[in-house]
Design a protein around this ligand. Structure first.
Ligand code: API
Length: 258
C-alpha cells in the first residue's frame, strides 16, 4: 500500500494530511492512523487529517487524534487543511468547508489563516477553573510560573479525573505575563502537552474576556509553538463571530509505503 501524504504544522501543532478525495484511505483503520502519527515508528504527528469531497461545499475535513480515534474539532488542523486546500488548488483564498462540528468559513490573508469557529453559547465558571466547548471540550485553569508547570502530569490527572468522565477533556493552563497571556495545553487523544491547541487557545481567549481580564475583543496568546490571535463578539452569555488566526505551514511531503 502506498499513501501520498503531506506534513503541516500550525504553531507547532502538527498533522499528517492526506488528499482523500479518491477515497484511498481506510478511515476505520485505527491502528494505521495511530502508526502514521507515531513519532518513532511512523511519520509522527499530533493528529491526522483527511481532505474529502463534499456535495455542495469546497471540501470535508475528517480529523483523528494521534491515538488513532476520530476526534472532535481541531482548530489548528482546520487552519492547516485550508492552507493545504489552497496548495492543491481546491480553493483560492476563501472557503467554506464541513468539519465534525459543522460548517467553517476561512480565509488566507498575509500568510495567516483566519478560521471561523462555532459560536459558544455557554462558559461554565467554577472556583478552580472554567469549562467550555469550542468544537472540542476545554478545561481552563490559571497557574503561576507556567514555564515550570508540570503540564503532562497535572493535565493527565485532570483529564482522567471524575470531572470529565469517560469522554475526558483537553486541559489548558494559562498565566498573565508582562506582555499578555501565555498558555500550555494537555491534549486529549495525544495524551501529552502539544506546542499549541487551536480550540484550546480559543477557549482561553473567551475565558479571559468572560472573566473581565481583558476588554478588547481580539486577544493575542503566546503558545509554546508561536502566537495565535482570537477575535470574537460577545453575544448574551456567550460569543459569536469567533476567529482563530495564525500561520499554517507545509513541512514536507512524501509517500507512506507499508
Ligand atoms: N485533541 C482534541 C482535538 C484536537 C484539538 C487541537 N489539536 C486543536 O488545534 O484544536 C480533542 O480530542 O478534543
Amino acid at each position: 500500500m502506498s499513501i501520498p501524504f503531506y506534513k503541516y504544522q500550525g504553531t507547532g501543532n502538527d498533522f499528517v494530511i492526506i488528499d482523500n478525495r479518491q477515497n484511498i484511505f481506510s478511515k476505520n483503520d485505527t491502528k494505521l492512523v495511530k502508526k502514521l502519527c507515531d513519532r518513532k515508528f511512523g511519520i509522527g504527528a499530533d493528529g491526522l487529517i483527511l481532505l474529502e469531497n463534499h456535495d455542495t461545499l469546497d471540501f470535508t475535513m475528517v480529523y483523528f487524534n494521534a491515538d488513532g480515534n476520530p476526534s472532535s474539532m481541531c482548530g489548528n488542523g482546520g487552519r492547516c487543511i485550508v492552507a493545504f486546500a489552497n496548495e492543491l488548488g481546491v480553493i483560492n483564498n476563501t472557503t467554506t468547508f464541513e468539519a465534525v462540528d459543522g460548517l467553517h468559513e476561512a480565509h488566507i490573508e498575509n500568510g495567516q489563516v483566519h478560521l471561523k469557529m462555532q459560536d459558544v453559547a455557554e462558559i461554565k465558571e467554577f472556583d478552580t477553573h472554567l469549562f467550555l466547548n469550542t468544537g472540542s471540550p476545554h478545561h481552563v485553569q490559571w497557574v503561576s510560573q507556567i514555564e515550570d508547570f508540570d503540564v503532562k502530569t497535572e493535565g493527565a490527572t485532570l483529564r482522567y479525573s471524575e470531572l470529565y468522565g469517560k469522554a475526558g477533556s483537553n486541559i489548558n493552563f494559562v498565566e498573565a505575563t508582562t506582555d499578555g497571556f501565555r498558555l500550555r495545553t494537555y491534549e486529549r487523544g495525544v495524551e501529552d502537552e502539544t506546542l499549541s491547541c487551536g480550540t484550546g487557545a480559543t477557549a482561553v481567549a473567551l475565558a479571559i474576556h468572560k472573566q473581565g481580564k481583558v476588554n478588547q475583543t481580539s486577544v493575542p496568546l503566546q503558545v509554546e509553538g508561536g502566537k495565535l490571535t482570537i477575535s470574537f463578539e460577545p453575544e448574551g452569555e456567550g460569543y459569536k463571530n469567533i476567529f482563530l488566526i495564525g500561520p499554517a505551514q507545509k513541512v514536507f511531503q512524501g509517500v507512506w509505503t507499508d
